[in-house]
Design a protein. Sequence first.
Length: 583
Amino acid sequence: MSTARPPMTAGTLLRAYVGSQPAAVAVMAGLLVFSIGLEIAEPRIAAHFIESVQLGRAESTLVGIAAVFLAVAVTRQAARIVSAYASERVSWIATNAAREDLTAHVLSLDLTFHESRPPGELIERIDGDVNQVAEFFSSLILHIAGNVLLVLGILIALATLDWRVGLTFTAVTILSYLALSRIAGIAGLKWEDDREQSARFFGYVGEATLATEDLRSSGATGYAMARFHRHLRAWLPVKVRAEGWGSAIWVVLSIAFTAGTAIAFGYGGVFYRDGVVSLSGVYLIVAYAAMLNTPMEVLRHQVQTLQQAMAATRRIAELFAHRSSLADGTATIPSGPLSVRFDQVSFGYGPDNESADGMVMREVSFDVPAGTTLGLVGRTGAGKTTIASLLFRLYDAGRGRVLVGGVDVREAALASLRSRIGFVPQDVQIFDATLRENLTFFDERADDRRLLEILDVLELRPWLEGLPDGLSSRISPGTLSAGQAQLIALARVFLTDPGLVVLDEPSSRLDPVTEAQVERALDRMLAGRTAIVIAHRLDTIRRTDQVIVLDTGAIAERGATAGLLADPGSRLARLYQVGKVLT
């Protein structure tokens, strides 16, 4: 991973990512200057050819001049090609590093940030905006800086022919540049609006794609497409304004080109009539004036690209500027089974976290001794998942303290905290990758022998032996049953050897045979560890030592599991009698 500090401006982006490749940039710049020198020399060679024809030089001399011209042209093109290759290489190395840093930064942000932005918007920023910056990096020296140097070289060449010609074309160029700068400043803002609309559009597309099954089953495809078209209608006028201001740049340059050509012919005709320049001199004035059109046209196109890139750069800088509200601590979570303590914890999602009206958990207190098992029971919204989120410190409690292994989670290093807590969810994330990568979360340091031992414990060795390439076999969400996915989730937890395991009813959707296999694996996993079981089916809590019944963010009942189930007057016993499945 790149060690560059998060960039905040285009200048620091360049220094952080392009500045790390000084040798490549030097080669690219040297080739660029060399090719520009050859390009400016070409009209001089052609003018020398014209003079030689007028003077009646020998055919061999003319052939030699033509050969030199051809050699210069070929060498210039070769230098351009190598320079373009070097530029693209610098660009991709730089922007890949920027993309990596940006992705790591986004992943480090707290859930409050992610809940406020759809995944599609973040993908558009990380990929779309960085691609725009990639063009900026590759174009900056090769096209923008190179063509600026070419313009300066042409103006100097014109001034050497006659100071009046040089001064006139310098004035035309400066006026064109000032007009371009003015228009580009307005256009840049329009392109920034365009990129924002693009992110919103792709954010919606990402959401709709993920919800395809629900949309079809609910007959809501028409509604989804209506929203799709509303996003496009909102984007269209923004795109038109951005393109319109971009086209205004083309209009300004077209006027400048036309004026420059007329001036060149006027100067050439007058100077030739007055004997100030020869016919070859007239050719040089017209040729250099025409040459000005090419770099200015390239600059016009690149200015439009630059506008989009600068808008993308500002958006990337804005994303880098976001900071997680969870400050990392320094304390280390101890080894072995971990105790858990909630001490007068209150919590609310969003901006109302500190407000009593916005709390979804109010003054919750309980202790889980190390090596014991706690069951959490309650209807949807009672606070079960919130307790798990606070344990992992995906959020910070608004009030009170959460302690794991005697350490306040606010004071613990996040890496230490999360490495010591294992989580077995209902919905397991399976990647389109090898079985080994799915088990280890792409950690290449994991030992295959340890993986095989864990698969033996989970009774997955027969399944493994049926795979074509063993641990190297590729799997995907569509190739696994729910039971196999749950067992892979258990294997991941086994591999990290945590002191605390949080189970979100991992067997709730399994057939009886697979459920029995998962239950046996759980028994082995929980031995010698602390566990918190979020129970949706009340049968699950029978394996717990104590249980807490939650109701609207508060503890309605708690006690030893066996005792509460045996007490017909307890809330837990009544829930169990009403139904074994709690939703």
